[in-house]
Design a protein around this ligand. Sequence first.
Ligand SMILES: [Zn+2]
Length: 368
Amino acid sequence: MKAALISIDALDWEDLPVFRKARNMGRILAHADAIRSEAITPAQTYPCHASILSGSYPSRTFVIDNLSHPERRWQYCRSSIKCPILTDAARSSGLTTAAVCFPMTACADIDYLVPEIWTEREGDDSDPLFSSACSEKGYGYYLRHKAKLDWMRTPGMDLFASSVFVDIVKEQKPDIALLHLSYLDHQKHLHGPLASDVPHAVDFIDNLLGSVFEALSSDYIIFITGDHAHRAQKGSVDISIEGISVHPTGQSAEIYLDGISERDAISKLAAVDGIAKVYGQKELASLGLPPSFDIFAEAEDGYVFTPNGKVTASGHGYVGSEGPYPPFIAINAPCRFRTDRCSIVDEAPTILSLFGLKLDGADGKCLF
Ligand SMILES: [Zn+2]
């Protein structure tokens, strides 16, 4: 038995009717078991992928944004996830693993690893970076397909990712294979929250998935997930309060206090236009968040916290339980899901259960 997990960034449960009409996804979805999967909080790409990989909330992964605080550097590396992940459990039981452009896997213990990573400046030679971040067996696949990369941009990144993934699957047949595609998310940010707003992205991804499904064939149980969905945006939240520093996480923000009491900060933040709710440090655990910052602020629907005031048409970073919800889809699984709703933290325990494996201490549960 072998399993593949394909993360289509920003895939929403509400997008499925559009994908059902696409040639390759339509064929696959006709035989799929699909349920709604709740994102974690904040519904941002790297925190969500850390939780998908680890089966745990940010209270265990300690990943609360794409960017580190206070340096604001991309958290590419496996070492930023502070608990075991799916591929650790697989490797320690002797299974072979692959991951292609899957966030937060750089330098992970994965047999065929080509992570999602890019140079700090466009145009810099990316060979040294990939050489240090890929596995030895993955680096050759990077070299084979690197001409498709266009720095951090999509759709080049997805073309690269799917080409590398297809070759690894066909040539190496790893027991567990992970793939991440980003174009849908990038286009939703520009054009709107639903797949129907970005039909060109749906067509592009569906074409890539045709080759991916062909390579996986019936040898693999295929899982497809989204990490988060999108909400439309129209305005930014502007906070300028002495003693309060803001680390934006899209439609929410981590707040750090310096010389101001929590009570004062909460009352001042609650009066800011565009803020819907403010959570004090004792309430962070109820959101699955670690106590590594002071206050969590949730934006009103349509509002976003930004470092530069720039508001895109659509975005995320919302409180996961409030939705919208990604789907979790299984194809060729030996049994059906025993529920119609789950959390993204249930996905790794479910996949590992097929191999009789568990992730020690994980928050999620097996869905079979
Ligand atoms: Zn994402």
